[in-house]
Design a protein around this ligand. Sequence first.
Ligand code: KIV
Length: 276
Amino acid sequence: MYTQLEQRGMPEPPVNVSTLRKMKQDGEPIACLTAYDASYAALVDAAGTDLVLVGDSLGMVIQGHDTTVPVTVDDIVYHCRNVARGLRRAFLVADMPFMSYTKPGIALDNAVRLMQEGGAMMVKLEGGDDQVDIVEHLARHDIPVCAHLGLKPQSVHKIGGFKVQGREPDKAKEMRTAAKRLQDAGADIVLLECVPNEVGKLITSALDVPVIGIGAGPDVNGQILVLYDVLDITQGRTPKFVKNYQSGFTSPLAAVQAYVQEVKAGDYPAPEHCFS
Ligand code: KIV
């Protein structure tokens, strides 16, 4: 009765929150990517990706918007459902879009949709101290949560652009305190975007839960990138932390395998992908 999750015909059991925590304890880097459809989901899963995020970056890479702000819960549910069908081993996380978690009750209703209709195993929300009560409410209802700190793309219009966060010592300390409070409120993972290496290291060593970085340096517990950046599909300027794995490889699968191997070996991110 309890074995369905382990009977998907894969030699390795599916990743779950305990697997991710153990990987942190054992010092095994966690390789993560975004995906938005079943075909790419199957590909990143086959390449050995541990965690797949249906990110609201789909607003940009799928829908062609300039920001993630226009993405709706219905959009994430639709893409998440498709991604879920493509995965066998990887752990599936879904983004809570802009304004979908303004109050604990609203957050719970939307998180339930992402899990029941979308098949997500965890939800991710952008937050700091102000989201502690939301995380607490979700955790009390056994909803696994990833708390996204550092650069929060949903706040782009308030911040005035996509900028590195936490460079000032007081801001770094504030972020560390928020991360700890979110963990204590029940967050199972913290994701750090665009912070100096030192901040990534500080927060990772302060927390028991895994810390996944995107532009957060090499000292976090795992790395995530937007799949379309890895495969060099994204046109125009990409952020400093992006590495194009498509060059030198003849297939998207080989490119994603190279990314996973480099994360596992600690070869990605290199100094040129990091902020100081
Ligand atoms: O939406 C997204 O793809 C994300 C990643 C950039 C972490 O939040």
